[in-house]
Design a protein around this ligand. Sequence first.
Ligand code: VGL
Ligand code: ZN
Length: 191
Amino acid sequence: MDVQPTDALIVVDVQNDFCPGGALPVGGGNQIVGPINEFMPKFQHVVFTRDWHPADHCSFDGTPKFVDGSWPVHCVADSPGAAFHGDLHVPLDAFIVDKGTDPDVEAYGGFQDTDLAEKLAEWGVERVFICGLATDYCVKCTAFGALDHGFEVVLVEDACRGVDIPEGSADQAVTEMRDAGILVCVSGQLE
Ligand code: VGL
Ligand code: ZN
C-alpha cells in the first residue's frame, strides 16, 4: 500500500476523553497514538478531527448508557478532556476540524457541517486513510462521509479502537465499512 501525494490521513478524535482515564474511555484508545505518530510522516496531508461539544450538548445524559444519544459529558470545547492526547504529534500548523459544536445536533462525522471536503479538494486529495477513535462511531461516520464525497477510503484498522458496547460493535462497524467498498489495511502495510 504505497502512500501517494494525492492521499490524506484523517486522524479522528484522538482526545483525552476517549482514552483510558477520560470521560468516555475507549479500551486501548491510548495504544494507537504511537503507531499513528510513526506512519503520519508518510503523508503530505494530515487532518485532525476533534469532538468539540458545548457544555449543554444534546448527547449528554446524566445516566449514560454509552450508546448513540446517551453519552457522559465529554469533549467539552477547550476543556482538558477535549485536548488531543498529549503524545500525539500535532504540528503547530495542523489542519484541525471541530465537529459536534451545535448543541442540538449530534455530529459523529468529520464531514458533517465542516469545510473538510472543500479543503481536501483544494489540496488535490483523491484518497483518504482513516484512523482514530471510535471505530463504531466517529471513525465509521467519517469514513462513510468520505465515500459520500467521492473519495477512495482506506481504514487503518490497527490504528483504531471502538467503544464496542455491546461487544462486537467495533468488528461489526469494520464489516459495514468493508461491505461499503472501504479498503481495510493495517499500518504495517503502509509504505
Ligand atoms: C464519539 C461518542 C460520542 C467518537 C464522539 O469520537 O467516536 N463517540 N462522541
Ligand atoms: Zn461526542
